[in-house]
Design a protein around this ligand. Structure first.
Ligand code: PLP
Length: 365
C-alpha cells in the first residue's frame, strides 16, 4: 500500500509482472465461450487432474493417478485444506525458519504449535541434531518449502533423505510446498521428497500455477497425496468454497501443455535477474548466500548503519522508493530476523535495474 502511495517499485511482494502466455489467455476465452461456467467437482475438473498426473509423473518422478490429485484455491487454499485435514489444535509441527509467513499464519489459525529449525543464512545448511531434537511426542508433521521462500535454498537429496527417515521413525506427515519447483539455478535440482522410497504415503505435495505461469490472481493450486487423504481434503474444499474457478481450471490445462523450453527460458530469465540483483546488493554492502532457486533473496545488512530491519525498510521506501520485507516477518522471534530484509527479484529487468540504481544512490557507504 505504502509502496503504491509513493509510486515505488515493489520488491516486497512475491509477484511477477510478466504477462500470461498467449496460449493460456486464448484458453480462458475458449473456456468461457464453451460455457464452462458452473461449479466443478470439489476435487477439480477431471481433464485438468489428468494433465496434472502427467506433469507430476514426468517432472516430479512420482507414479500417481487421478485419485491422488485435487485442485483448489491456490497453493494457499490447498495448504489450509492440508493442515485442517491432517492436524488437530494442540498438535505440533516442525518448520524450517525463516519460513513463509502464510504457512505460519495458517498453522497459527489452526492452533498448531511450530517448532522451528534454523536454516543457516550463511550457507543454507541445516543442523540434523537440531532437527531431531525439534520433534516431541506431540509432533505430527514436518513442513518443507523447496525451492525456499524466503531464502532461495533448494533442499538437497541428503537433507530430504534425512527428513524422510525422521518422518518414518516418528510416524510424521510431511507437507512440502514446491510452488517454485521450476525455478532452480545451475548446480541445483529440484527433488520432490514424495519420490523418495516409502515417502509417498505420508507426504502431501503442494504446488500451483501462480508462480510458474505468472498468474497469482487466478488462484489455482493442487495437492498430490494418498487417495484417502486427498478425498478428505476435497470434501473440506467443498465445505470451504465448493471448488476452484471452473473456466480457469479448463484454461490451465493448456498451461500444462506448454513445451519444455517455456520452463527453461523462465529459469534462465530468473538466473539473469538473480545475478543482476546479487551483484548490485553485494556492491552496496549486503551479505547473503547465493539463492539456489525461487526468486527471493534474504540479505543481511549488519555491515550497514541501520538499527534494525524496520529502519532500513522505511529508509529504502522513503529515500529510494523501493519496497522490501523486514526479516522479522519470517521468524517466530522478531529479534532473530532484525538484521535482514527480503528482496523479490521477479519483476522486469528494467524495474530491477531502476530499483538497484535508486538504492545505490541513497545507500550510506
Ligand atoms: N507458497 C509459497 C512458498 C509462496 O511463496 C507463495 C506466494 O508467494 C504461495 C505458496 C502462494 O501460492 P498461491 O498463489 O498458489 O496461493
Amino acid at each position: 500500500m505504502r509502496c503504491k502511495e509513493v509510486g515505488g517499485i515493489n520488491l516486497g511482494q512475491g509477484i511477477c509482472d510478466l504477462p500470461v502466455h498467449d496460449q493460456i489467455k486464448q484458453a480462458v476465452s475458449d473456456a468461457v465461450n464453451h460455457n464452462h461456467s458452473q461449479y466443478s467437482a470439489c476435487e477439480g475438473v477431471a481433464a485438468l487432474r489428468s494433465e496434472i498426473v502427467n506433469k507430476v509423473n514426468n517432472f516430479n518422478n512420482l507414479n500417481i493417478n487421478k485419485d491422488n490429485v485435487m485442485v483448489g484455491h491456490g497453493a494457499t487454499g490447498i495448504f489450509v485444506c492440508t493442515v485442517m485435514t491432517l492436524f488437530n489444535p494442540g498438535d505440533e509441527v516442525v518448520i524450517f525458519e525463516p519460513f513463509y509467513g502464510y504457512h505460519k499464519n495458517i498453522l497459527d489459525l489452526q492452533q498448531i504449535k511450530l517448532n522451528p529449525v534454523a536454516i543457516n543464512l550463511q550457507d543454507f545448511s541445516i543442523d540434523f541434531d537440531e532437527l531431531k531434537s525439534a520433534i516431541t511426542p506431540k509432533t505430527k508433521g514436518i513442513i518443507i518449502c523447496t525451492p525456499n521462500n524466503p531464502t532461495g535454498k533448494v533442499f538437497s537429496r541428503d537433507e530430504l533423505e534425512y527428513i524422510a527417515s525422521l518422518a518414518k521413525q516418528h510416524d510424521l506427515f510431511i507437507i512440502t510446498d514446491e510452488i517454485y519447483e521450476y525455478v532452480t539455478y545451475p548446480g541445483f535440482e529440484h527433488l520432490s521428497i514424495a519420490s523418495l522410497p516409502d515417502c509417498f504415503d505420508r507426504t502431501l505435495t503442494i504446488s500451483g500455477f501462480s508462480k510458474t505461469y505468472n498468474m497469482t490472481g487466478w488462484r489455482l493450486g493442487y495437492a498430490i497425496g494418498r487417495a484417502d487423504i486427498i478425498e478428505k481434503m476435497s470434501l473440506l474444499n467443498d465445505y470451504l468454497y465448493v471448488c476452484a474457478s471452473t473456466p480457469m481450471q479448463y484454461a490451465v490445462i493448456e498451461a500444462l501443455k506448454l513445451p519444455q523450453n517455456y520452463y527453461q527460458q523462465m529459469a534462465q530469465a530468473y538466473l539473469h535477474k538473480r545475478d543482476l540483483v546479487v551483484n548490485a546488493l553485494r556492491d552496496m554492502g549486503f551479505e547473503f548466500a547465493m539463492p539456489q532457486g525461487a526468486y527471493y533473496l534474504l540479505a543481511d545488512f549488519s555491515k550497514l548503519p541501520f538499527k534494525n530491519d524496520l529502519e532500513i525498510v522505511d529508509f529504502l521506501l522513503e529515500k529510494a522508493k523501493v519496497a522490501t520485507v523486514p526479516g522479522r516477518a519470517f521468524y517466530l522471534n522478531p529479534e532473530d530476523g532484525e538484521k535482514c530484509i527480503r528482496f523479490c527479484f521477479a519483476l522486469s529487468e528494467e524495474k530491477l535495474q531502476a530499483a538497484m540504481a535508486a538504492m545505490a544512490e541513497v545507500m550510506p557507504i
